[in-house]
Ligand binder design. Structure first.
Ligand code: PLP
Length: 386
């Protein structure tokens, strides 16, 4: 079987190709599409990188992760997530969450094993599953009381004896839900009952709003820890997407397996990058609070812009930097609406259906960019939808 032929570009990349074609015709485009923070990496983190370079920290890294970085991760996981991991054996440095997810899946999957994914969800989870010989099964979510939710029944309905792992993204891209304690308990009970591993992608953990607070599933149900792999990254929290640095934590035997995958491929982030990442995790967290404050203001602008448009309801995000516009009342396919916004208004958003069938009837509006881009984008969105 040609596994490469089964791989697909992400929705964002497919839409970018459409955008480039329009740009070459001279069309002005404004994008509320991407999940890339528009902040510069905070200075104390960049300075730590410069200092590391000046000190000659350019040799091969410890492929599990530099000791200082792994120790900083362990302290951070204890401080922020109430999780205890041994930096010597239970933590792995990775090139972003992307590689963490890949290594976790590679360590877990045998040919034909099934992987449960929330529907809708970040669409880049599918290709690594397929590349590794796995099969994707969707856990259908529903909009209940203005937020997307997955239920214990939906998890059960998606389960088969071949299911090996569930990837859980909370705060949840694209829909913005932050799983509640009860929802996390339902997920944990399901995983334990059905002998399923849980990969927790918690990359948006620091960006939450109002009363919503991110929790790691094993902090709610400690017995889950034996079957849980924590995947995280500095890309969003510290505005470091281009640094390609993240980390995983899990049971020592599983981290050993993931390390074997890493040792045959990326061999981990650069040494000086890990020094900067350690500074990010251990240094002042004021920058994280400042960015959250700014995202909170942007979120309010998006919700205000969507207010009062006939047939449109904004789903106020509890976390992350995307808001979903619920356009189901209009009875139009989300991809048609997206295309019209692009062609008529020069506005780029992502149709909810790109993230799974359960996302049909919604549009994902990113506020990872603020300022003039957000202002112009929201004007175009209002004009286009009104
Ligand atoms: C849910 C989710 N996981 C992972 C990633 C990729 O993270 P990284 O930059 O750490 O590879 C993204 C980026 O958009 C994401 O939204």
């Amino acid at each position: 079987m040609d596994r490469i032929a089964a791989l697909k570009p992400t929705a964002v990349n497919a839409i970018l190709a459409e955008v480039r074609a329009l740009q070459t015709q001279g069309k002005q485009i404004v994008s509320l599409m991407r999940g890339e923070p528009d902040f510069r990496t905070p200075a104390h983190i960049s300075d730590a990188c410069t200092k590391a370079l000046e000190k000659g920290r350019t040799g091969y890294p410890d492929n599990r992760g530099e000791k200082g970085f792994r120790e900083a991760v362990a302290v951070k996981l204890h401080r922020d997530n109430a999780l205890t991991y041994d930096p010597g054996r239970e933590i792995l440095a990775t090139s972003g969450a992307t590689f963490g997810i890949y290594a976790a899946l590679a360590a877990l999957l045998e040919e034909g094993d099934e992987v449960l994914l929330q529907d809708p969800v970040y669409d880049a989870y599918q290709s690594p599953v397929l590349l590794l010989g796995g099969v994707v099964r969707k856990v259908k979510s529903e909009i209940v009381n203005g937020r997307f939710a997955i239920s214990a029944e939906a998890l059960e309905a998606a389960w088969t004896p071949r299911v090996k792992v569930l990837i859980l993204n909370t705060p949840w891209n694209p829909v913005g839900s932050v799983l509640t304690t009860d929802e996390l308990k339902a997920v944990a009970e399901f995983c334990e009952r059905r002998n399923v591993w849980l990969i927790g992608d918690e990359i948006y953990e620091a960006i939450t709003y109002g009363g919503a607070k991110h929790q790691s599933a094993p902090a709610v149900v400690p017995s889950l820890k034996d079957r849980y792999i924590h995947v995280n990254s500095l890309s969003k929290t510290y505005a470091m997407p281009g640094w390609r640095v993240g980390y995983c934590a899990g049971p020592a035997a599983m981290i050993d397996r993931m390390f074997m995958v890493l040792a045959q491929s990326s061999r981990g982030p650069a040494t000086f990058i890990q020094d900067a990442a350690a500074e990010a995790l251990s240094g002042s967290q004021a920058c994280v609070d400042e960015m959250r404050t700014e995202y909170t203001a942007r979120r309010a602008k998006v919700l205000a812009a969507l207010d009062g448009i006939p047939g449109v309801a904004a789903l106020a995000p509890e976390g992350g930097f995307f808001a979903m516009a619920d356009i189901r009342a209009r009875g139009q396919a989300s991809n048609d609406v997206r295309r019209r916004l692009l062609q008529e208004q020069g506005l780029v958003v992502v149709h909810g259906a790109a993230y799974g069938e359960a996302g049909e009837g919604t549009l994902r509006v990113s506020f990872a960019s603020g300022g003039e881009v957000l202002e112009r984008g929201l004007e175009a969105l209002r004009r286009g939808l009104a």
